[in-house]
Design a protein around this ligand. Structure first.
Ligand code: FE
Length: 233
């Protein structure tokens, strides 16, 4: 078991991350997907991991989280961004709030609004878990859930691009077979935002005209409850 494991859901092209402190076997999971709950539990049990926290970067519109069930099964603590209003979470993370696990492992929560009003990124040991704020050669859309193009521009250029260029980006999705990137690469090459003015970025985002996510009406209400709802309706 490596310290960082990246898991992928093919249906929604979503990445889930498992961070493990190898000294103590304490772990943290970020953005788990409902259909993979048993896969996660197998990994956790087979490797004797003590899951301490489950984090969400935002309330997703395209898939349902398994955070609630994962916490129920493992005793982990659910920590979600305060402005996402995910009511059953144990901890409502504020900007710059720090959580600790294992032996001196520190995760810092950063409020990076724009994709959604409450979206956060998480910084851990030279890695940034960017959710849908910054994707590889792209970024999250800004047309629902309090999304805002200008906020997203500021979150990416002023907060995320302020990290050292070697910082590894662990995105929330990828639709093109990529896995990781770096701040340096995205700062210089990201097609939507690298070296672009706010006006250029806004024009690009306004031209996207993306279809409504097919899961949105089911996913958002479920995710506001940490996925702890019946899927039958
Ligand atoms: Fe999203």
């Amino acid at each position: 078991m490596k310290a960082l494991t990246q898991l992928f859901d093919n249906t929604s092209s979503t990445f889930t991350y498992l961070l493990v402190d190898e000294k103590t076997k304490e772990g943290v999971m970020i953005d788990p997907v409902d259909t993979h709950l048993n896969d996660y539990l197998n990994i956790i049990n087979n490797n004797n991991i003590k899951l301490k926290y489950v984090l969400e970067t935002h309330a997703h519109a395209d898939h349902i989280t398994s955070a609630g069930n994962l916490c129920k099964s493992t005793g982990a603590i659910a920590a979600t961004p305060i402005h996402c209003n995910i009511s059953p979470a144990d901890i409502h993370l504020e900007n710059n709030q720090v959580i600790e696990f294992g032996y001196k492992q520190v995760i810092k929560a950063l409020h990076t609004p724009g994709h959604t009003e409450g979206s956060m990124s998480f910084f851990w040991s030279a890695h940034l878990f960017t959710g849908d704020t910054l994707l590889i050669n792209g970024c999250g859309r800004t047309d629902f859930q309090g999304g805002d193009t200008e906020s997203l521009y500021r979150s990416i250029t002023q907060i995320l691009f302020g990290f050292p260029e070697a910082t590894i980006i662990c995105p929330g999705h990828d639709y093109h077979g990529n896995m990781f990137s770096t701040i340096g690469y995205e700062k210089n090459n990201n097609a939507r935002i690298a070296n672009r003015s706010l006006k250029d970025f806004t024009d690009i985002m306004n031209r996207l005209k993306l279809p409504k996510p097919s899961m949105i009406d089911k996913a958002i209400p479920a995710n506001l409850k940490l996925g702890l709802v019946s899927h039958a309706a």
